[in-house]
Design a protein around this ligand. Sequence first.
Ligand code: NAD
Ligand code: UDP
Length: 314
Amino acid sequence: MPAYLPRNLVTGGAGFLGSHLIDRLMKKGEEVICLDNYLTGRKANIEQWVHHPNFELIRHDVTDPIKLEVDRIWHLACPASPFHYQTNPIKTAKTSFMGTYNMLGLARRVKARLLMASTSEVYGNPELHPQPETYNGCVNPTGVRACYDEGKRIAESLCFDYKRMHGSEVRIARIFNTYGPRMLPNDGRVVGNFIVQALKHKPLTIYGNGLQTRSFCYVDDLVEGLIKLMNGSHSAPVNLGNPTELTIQQLAEKIRDQINPSLKFVKMSLREDDPIQRQPDIKLAREELGWEPKINLDEGLTPTISYFRDSISP
Ligand code: NAD
Ligand code: UDP
């Protein structure tokens, strides 16, 4: 009998994380349907697979239902950068709720397992540090980030209600700041901003006093975590991120020093509701998935800088 190959649906598959995930699934010889509305994704991210017999590409918006026959749903569709998700916040909230609702409905009909890409933003501006999965968060429900933060929180609730009511198989990844090749150069996220500014010999824009912290995970590590989570049996939320925390000032210095140590910094006002500190507690991922990140920031920045250099050169 031929080996069984799972049929995967990757929503948001033309985006940053989705396209790296698709690379991994395709290289394993699995079947992949990539579904995307190209809001922040690009065909160029998955063009290497377009003519492959195991690959299919569908232009579709997850806020509309769709019927497909699949075994696994990797539900990543949603803009991720604050600039993009705040550009049309109502659509962001709709994508989180309706998109997850439609994908859970599909998963139920075809008895597929669904992994939802949630976020560290469910913790909001955390009072507990580092953040374990048991922390319920501190989110401003009416702030400018709420469309995304609350959107992901209701998406998690939906997953659990499908699990309780219908026995759906769900996996929830709480993803912390992730970076790497294929991020859009103009999406406003900090790693891309700093690298592009440095490559263009411009000052690096630090919002606020630069003492706010983040913990940055390289994309390959993150994708490995998603795969382990999907394949495993743990159905409660799991933090996926790199626990090495640094201030935004330290990040700016690191990137400046790798590209052009003579560059200056310029201080700008802090964005509304910008979380002050963020670091994942990954004890659960270590214990349940046997996963932890392996690529440190210096190693991950090298291919990321090369990618941005290529993508902004004329
Ligand atoms: P991205 O913006 O690069 O990718 C999102 C993809 O979803 C894009 O291809 C976009 O076109 C598509 N999309 C958006 N709305 C859609 C809709 N209504 N219908 C169909 N497709 C739609 O972002 P990313 O960084 O790859 O993030 C992927 C997922 O991971 C998102 O759900 C995001 O919330 C989550 N996440 C990412 C990070 C991170 O640091 N990258 C952190 C936490 C959570
Ligand atoms: N940030 C910054 N300069 C920039 C872009 C972002 O200082 O040019 C800061 C931002 O205020 C935040 C951190 O970097 O504290 C991470 O921002 P990003 O938008 O990448 O992600 P998020 O806030 O969603 O974690």
